[in-house]
Design a protein around this ligand. Structure first.
Ligand code: CMP
Length: 172
């Protein structure tokens, strides 16, 4: 699909790196479809990371993720899930490839600066914890209404020139 979800984690926001990370995403060809800076409660974080509830790192992860503001975003690009995971890099910043966001801004396996969804389905489940459908639809509705106004504008312009042309032809 063309959409994925990302979240800049509290470590990167505290270090004041969130704008740089968003710019990194934009420079990599992503468009920001929805954006929200807010604080998750422990319950929100538990819901978000429910798949990891049996892991030994779950409780500290939930504490960390609810320890300060995060920046959540829905991103658009062709083949979005795979493209985002490429530039985010491996979970452990030490293992992440040079130039990836986690290599640049992460400091530990837990404090790895950013989250990236691993499938289209998970992206949808994850962004629904941060956004309403309207937050995402609005972007699509805006592009649709822009498209319609440009289309109608072009139609009127060409009708105007066509009528001028026929007036000129009649006048010889
Ligand atoms: P993320 O891709 O958001 O998905 C689950 C998160 O749990 C992961 O990034 C890390 O922040 C964290 N995590 C994964 N493995 C470990 C680990 N072994 N120790 C501590 N935190 C981990």
């Amino acid at each position: 699909g063309n959409l994925t979800f990302t979240m800049i984690k509290p470590d990167a926001v505290k270090a004041n790196n969130h704008a740089k990370i968003l710019q990194h995403l934009i420079d990599a060809g992503f468009r920001i479809v929805a954006l929200r800076m807010w604080c998750m409660s422990r319950n929100d974080a538990k819901r978000f990371y429910a798949v990891h509830k049996d892991k030994e790192f779950f409780e500290p992860l939930v504490d960390f993720m609810s320890s300060g503001p995060i920046v959540a975003a829905v991103l658009e690009k062709e083949n979005a899930v795979a493209e985002l995971r490429k530039i985010v890099g491996a979970t452990d910043p030490e293992e992440a490839a040079e130039g990836t966001i986690r290599k640049l801004y992460g400091t530990a396996r837990r404090y790895n600066a950013i989250h990236a969804s691993d499938s289209d389905e998970n992206a949808r489940t994850e962004w629904s914890i941060h956004f309403t459908e309207a937050d995402i639809i609005c972007h699509i509705a805006c592009s649709f209404s822009n498209f319609i106004s440009v289309f109608v504008g072009c139609m009127f312009t060409s009708m105007f020139f066509a009528s001028r042309l026929s007036v000129m032809k009649k006048a010889g």
